[in-house]
Design a protein around this ligand. Structure first.
Ligand SMILES: C[S@@+](CC[C@H](N)C(=O)[O-])C[C@H]1O[C@@H](n2cnc3c(N)ncnc32)[C@H](O)[C@@H]1O
Length: 469
């Protein structure tokens, strides 16, 4: 790290006092690297046996592990493409542990891209309930969708809305809400020095206003008795303790609860926000106290009480008979069992398995209405990559599983066709029995149906690359 902004240094020095030298010293070291096992695909124990990396458990996240970046490159391994894990800053694993989402609940991840925390929530929900992932920035939303697909998430919808517009539709709807707020990113300086170049006191002030507005919009979307977690990857009290202090003063129905895992972290600092002692149960993850880049986490509960008026469930566009016929034909020809569940909806040519009891989404930015099953073309159905990534190999009629080191697998990942004597038709391509995508056998070739943007290229294969994805 070449240079830290001077105002930032003065602020940290004043706030941390005697701890400042230890904090400053962390900038001389490289970031700690972590990955989190995707338990939608395999258990922690299975992962520990299978993954060829040196893994050290992360104390505050049961599915999280440190790995040595100098030795291992899990972001470049084919198991990453298979969604067996998500590469994540170890401290960024804390907010979802604090949220503690449960299967069957309705959960909102309000600021979701690129999806580290969304995929962590999805794993904890284990495919049951509804996960609404919202991301306002379109290019970031695409990455969010890719990550949800890679991790085989079935029960989510992806929206791209302003929080206040969501609030108008989802009043009293969610059991849990995560606000991993846009922030000045002081905890990113080591990993991404450009964040330090963009930093200014004015920017932290602007972030604090935006964070207050986002919290304001989230509050009415939470059910009475529900849990809201607010987190940032910045150290600035203006964006952390002071935002929460203001929010709980303005919203007496919300109270702070001790962050689960608090024992691994340092407490929030009441002295940085009008000495409001309630803030001592918030958590700070400091890079000079643990192996992570840094986070702030607050867990709030809305008091039990009468529920306000909720929107009636909306109706999704129906699926016309021809599209349904094509889809059923595909299922019959290629699967031993139909894993899909109603309701379905059709957006243009695209068929989705969606969810019951969702408020009307008309007029909203809907990036994914549920699990994308595929495209209904004029005469046939083309299955989606997203669906392939969720399929149980046992129900697929034709599949091929490669060893991670098989050169043919690498050719598949590069987008090439592979000579094959398999029977003709759609074929699920796998590594070690974990789906990677579709291929289609015809004329002695397994033709490649891996989406173009997921294919490996020479640049990706160059092991001298300095960072994981
Ligand atoms: C800290 S990042 C989220 C990281 C994500 N939770 C994860 O773990 O991968 C904050 C996100 O908030 C989004 N954002 C920016 N402005 C916003 C706004 N006004 N309302 C809601 N989200 C916003 C950003 O685009 C960004 O993706």
């Amino acid at each position: 790290m070449d240079r830290l902004p001077e105002d930032y240094q003065s602020q940290m020095k004043a706030g941390l006092g005697g701890e400042y030298p230890a904090f400053l010293k962390t900038y001389q070291h490289s970031p700690h690297r972590g990955l989190r096992i995707n338990t939608l695909k395999l258990s922690r124990e299975e992962a520990m046996k299978l993954l060829p990396f040196t893994l050290e458990p992360i104390p505050w996240c049961p599915t999280g592990f440190f790995y040595p970046h100098g030795l291992d490159r899990p972001g470049k391994h084919v198991f990453h493409a298979a969604g067996l894990y998500y590469i994540q800053d170890p401290s960024a694993m804390a907010p979802v542990e604090a949220l503690d989402p449960q299967p069957g609940e309705a959960v909102l991840d309000l600021c979701a891209a690129p999806g580290g925390k969304t995929t962590q929530i999805a794993a904890k929900m284990d495919g049951a309930g509804l996960l609404v992932a919202n991301e306002i920035m379109a290019p970031r939303r695409k990455v969010l969708v890719e990550n949800l697909e890679r991790c085989g998430v079935v029960h989510s919808i992806v929206l791209g809305e302003r929080p206040d517009r969501l609030a108008a539709r989802f009043a009293g709807f969610f059991d849990r809400i995560l606000i991993d707020a846009p922030c000045s990113g002081e905890g990113m300086f080591r990993k991404d020095p450009e964040t330090a170049e963009r930093w200014s006191l004015k920017a932290t002030e602007q972030c604090a206003v935006l964070q207050g507005d986002i919290l304001e919009s989230a509050a009415p979307m939470l059910k009475s008795g529900g849990v809201l977690v607010y987190s940032t990857c910045t150290f600035n009290p203006r964006e952390n303790e002071q935002v929460i202090d203001r929010f709980i003063r303005d919203h007496p129905s919300f109270s702070l609860e001790t962050v689960p895992g608090h024992e691994y972290y340092q407490p929030g600092r009441p002295d940085w926000a009008d000495t409001n002692q309630a803030l001592s149960v918030t958590s700070r993850l400091w890079p000079h106290h643990l192996k992570g880049e840094g986070h702030f986490v607050a867990r709030l509960r809305k008091a039990p009480g009468p529920e306000g008026r909720r929107q009636r469930p909306g109706k999704f566009p129906p699926v016309h008979g021809e599209a349904m016929k094509q889809f059923k034909g595909f299922v019959q020809e290629n699967l031993k069992d139909d894993p899909t569940e109603k309701p379905f909806t059709l957006f243009g040519e695209h068929l989705y398995q969606t969810h019951k009891n969702i408020p009307p989404l008309k007029g909203m930015v809907v990036e994914r209405a549920g699990l994308h099953l595929g495209q209904s073309k004029r005469s046939h159905f083309v299955p989606s990559h997203a669906w392939a990534m969720t399929l149980d190999p046992a129900i697929v009629k034709r599949s091929v599983s490669f060893d991670p080191k098989d050169p043919d697998l690498h050719r598949y990942m590069m987008g090439e066709a592979i000579p094959s004597d398999l029977p003709k038709g759609w074929t699920l391509v796998m590594v070690d029995r974990f789906p990677l995508g579709w291929g289609k056998v015809s004329g002695g070739l397994l033709k490649n149906h891996l989406p173009k943007w997921l294919r490996w290229d020479a640049h990706f294969m160059d092991e001298s690359g300095s960072s994981d994805t």
